[in-house]
Design a binder for this molecule. Sequence first.
Ligand SMILES: Nc1ncnc2c1ncn2[C@@H]1O[C@H](COP(=O)(O)OP(=O)(O)OP(=O)(O)O)[C@@H](O)[C@H]1O
Ligand SMILES: [Mg+2]
Length: 430
Amino acid sequence: MNEQLLTSLRHALAASPGDSALRLHVAEMLHAAGRNPEALAEVNTVIQKEPSNVAALGMLGKIVSGLSAPAIPVAPVAADPVGVPPAAPEAVAAAPAPDRVPADGGFDWDRASSELGEQLPAPFAVGMDQEESGVAPIEPEAPVITLADVGGLDAVKARLNESFLAPMRHSEIAKAFGKSLRGGLLLYGPPGCGKTFLARAVAGELGARFMSVVMTDVLSSYIGQTEKNLKAVFDSARAETPTVLFLDEVDALGMRRGSLTGSASWLRQMVNQLLLEMDSMAGDNDGLYILAATNHPWDLDEALLRPGRLDRTVLVTPPDAAARTAILHYHLKKRPIAGIDLPALTRRTENLSGADLEHLCVTAAEKAMMESIAANEIVPLNMGHMELALAEVKASTLPWLESARNVVRFSNDHGRYDELASYLRSRKML
Ligand SMILES: Nc1ncnc2c1ncn2[C@@H]1O[C@H](COP(=O)(O)OP(=O)(O)OP(=O)(O)O)[C@@H](O)[C@H]1O
Ligand SMILES: [Mg+2]
């Protein structure tokens, strides 16, 4: 076999890993040279991506029939409707007899896998390895924003300062007054109102690295893997401090353990692992700050909210007037605009979240763009476009505030939601 040719083909494959025809060509070469396990790995890569690639299935049949007798069944599958090239004639010829077609007409992976298991050392299904090796490493970010970048929200900033930032910055004074520095901070509030943005700003204030992990990404269906993933996340956060470890959508993990039964016991183990990691945070302030965010704090496991864990909570309210002005300004400043009345827009967007405001600006920009295309010249984004967008974009914070009102009315026994209660009162919603 021409090794040089194979090497250059492999380089080409590394550059464009999605080129199935090239990959099958490499597989063909390897098969011709008797290097069937390598050929099979290439074919499997194609089949994982395009399960009905006829050429790949034909090649699989050819390789396998060379490995063992009788041949592994390979079902002739209809060509992929999304443009798989027609199979090479020899590949079709290599397809097995129709009596081996599984009942559902698809390729019998289970059977092929068990038969091949005896032939090959490596796992048959390419991709299993990756899945089992856990979450992709989280790249820490250098903090680029501070609270000064957060528009408005003075009450939220004051709460953040008093409950978290000031004690962390002045640890000796805090300790003298008996204030524990252990434990983390839970940000809660309606979706799209700046929880993630504020967490980043807190990291900036502390001059810490920012590592963000979305809890659903840590979840794995493999037994024990989620705990390992969580441990790996905490270990990499501890590796270099100061670091803010931000656990986003923490409710995915911290669901009330009492409501988890039977098959959900793995979830309970995972919650336990999270508690263990938080409890094992050494000393009073080891430079690892845990911040978490949720839209549903009432669904969290009580154990997560105990002293030393996420024991401080801060409500991130919908953007007030100053915040809305800052967000609107941010999203409009890089677009061609004319005659925008920012104070009027601020007044008319009272219940919009930060994400809604962004959507509003994008929608208005689309209108201006379409008008520009029709006129064949740049028509700047104006209040007319904004009006059209205002009619389309719905405020998303009200449904959240309404459900939160019920929580405050019926389950605020510990006074945990006093802050929410006074916000609702200030909005005359309670
Ligand atoms: N006070 C603010 N000043 C400037 N920008 C803000 C402010 N509040 C929110 N934003 C912007 O609004 C958008 C939504 O914020 P973010 O993603 O932090 O919300 P979230 O509460 O984490 O949402 P989710 O619940 O969907 O995770 C972001 O683009 C953010 O930059
Ligand atoms: Mg967020």
